[in-house]
Design a protein around this ligand. Structure first.
Ligand SMILES: [Zn+2]
Ligand SMILES: [Zn+2]
Length: 345
């Protein structure tokens, strides 16, 4: 089969590799849509232990079941499916206590994990997944939409961490896919005002379509001043940081009201200086959020019910054979796409 193989930093090759065979309890999926995640493009640039040379990336995908391995019941070839890509162990303490998202033994389709190692992903003609991870797709959910159930689940989990959203003023840093899908979740939960902050106007326009009531380009506007004026210097109730850079994390402390909540999702810069004292004295609640547990199944239902319009954020659909080009455009900062889907012919 053909696959996009990550050969090393800034080096992705579309080439012939052996077609994988499904093992016991596994199915082979003919990939119909796979999206490029920010973590994939970060890995492509190098410096991520989760993307090692030789890996086929792709953890946001959908397709059609092509072949069943031994001992698979309840699924049939030809079935349209998505798959939960977090293959947790079910036995460790975190799994048993409901934190399957941080299971130390887990594999993730399309990534290299410390204990499990590399698991080939869906940027290929075919991908293997355990049968129990398969989510059958309702007929009216498209392959492209289904591929976005994975990033939706991350935004969904992030917003579910906050119980009280109705009528609240919320600021979202970052109008990339995770921020935009978080805005859709916040709109669905009746936040009264959703302020989107980004540095790219096209993304801010998309933010409006995803539920933002106010948009701020932090390149040309002062976010702190904007929030002060809007809230009478009180601050916003909740901040979702889908960026995770020193400026957004520190400004988040500045603009959230005393006793407010800040949710950390983004991981742009791993280590930096943080105004800790200011945060303590405002008695801010910090909530970290990472991946998802059972939110993918819920995400597919939300897409199927029409409550979420994930397809909206897809700005480019390209053949898999052009994948390497798009990875390079993203790395150079020359891609104007918000979310890219790669498709097989
Ligand atoms: Zn992802
Ligand atoms: Zn586990």
């Amino acid at each position: 089969m053909k696959a996009l193989v990550f050969e090393g930093p800034r080096n992705m090759q579309y080439k012939e590799v052996p077609t994988p065979e499904p093992g016991i309890g596994e199915v082979r999926i003919k990939v119909k849509a796979v999206s490029i995640c920010g973590s994939d493009s970060g890995g492509y640039k190098g410096g991520s232990a989760m993307r090692t040379p030789g890996l086929i990336m792709g953890h946001e995908f959908s397709g059609v079941i092509d072949k069943l391995g031994p001992d698979v019941d309840g699924l049939v070839p030809g079935q349209r499916v998505g798959a939960v890509t977090n293959l947790f162990c079910e036995n460790c303490r975190d799994c048993r206590e409901g934190r399957q998202n941080v299971c130390v033994n887990r594999a993730i389709i399309g990534t290299t994990m410390p204990k499990y190692g590399p698991y080939p992903g869906a940027m290929a003609d075919y991908v293997i997944a355990p049968a129990k991870k398969i989510i059958p797709l309702p007929d009216h959910v498209s392959f492209n939409e289904a591929a976005l159930a994975e990033p939706l689940s991350i935004s969904l989990r992030a917003t579910k961490h906050v119980k009280d959203i109705v009528g609240r003023t919320v600021l979202v840093y970052g109008a990339g896919p995770i921020g935009l899908l978080a805005m859709q979740c916040l709109r669905a939960r009746d936040a009264s005002r959703i302020i989107a902050v980004d540095v790219v106007d096209a993304r801010l326009d998309m933010a409006r379509e995803c539920g933002a009531t106010d948009i701020v380009n932090s390149k040309t506007q002062d976010v702190v001043k904007f929030v002060e004026e809007m809230t009478n210097a009180e601050g916003v109730d909740i901040v979702f940081d889908a960026v995770g850079a020193p400026e957004t994390i520190n400004n988040g402390v500045e603009i959230v009201r005393c006793g407010g909540t800040v949710v950390w999702i983004g991981l742009a810069v791993p280590v930096f200086e943080f105004d800790y004292k200011h945060a303590v004295c405002k008695e801010i609640t910090f909530q970290c959020t990472y991946m998802y547990t059972a939110e993918m199944e819920e995400g597919i239902e939300l897409i199927a019910s029409g409550k979420m319009d994930v397809g909206k954020i897809i700005t480019g659909t390209y053949p898999m054979s052009e994948g390497a080009k798009h990875f390079e455009l993203i790395a150079k900062g020359e891609s104007s796409d918000i979310k890219i889907i790669l498709v097989n012919d």
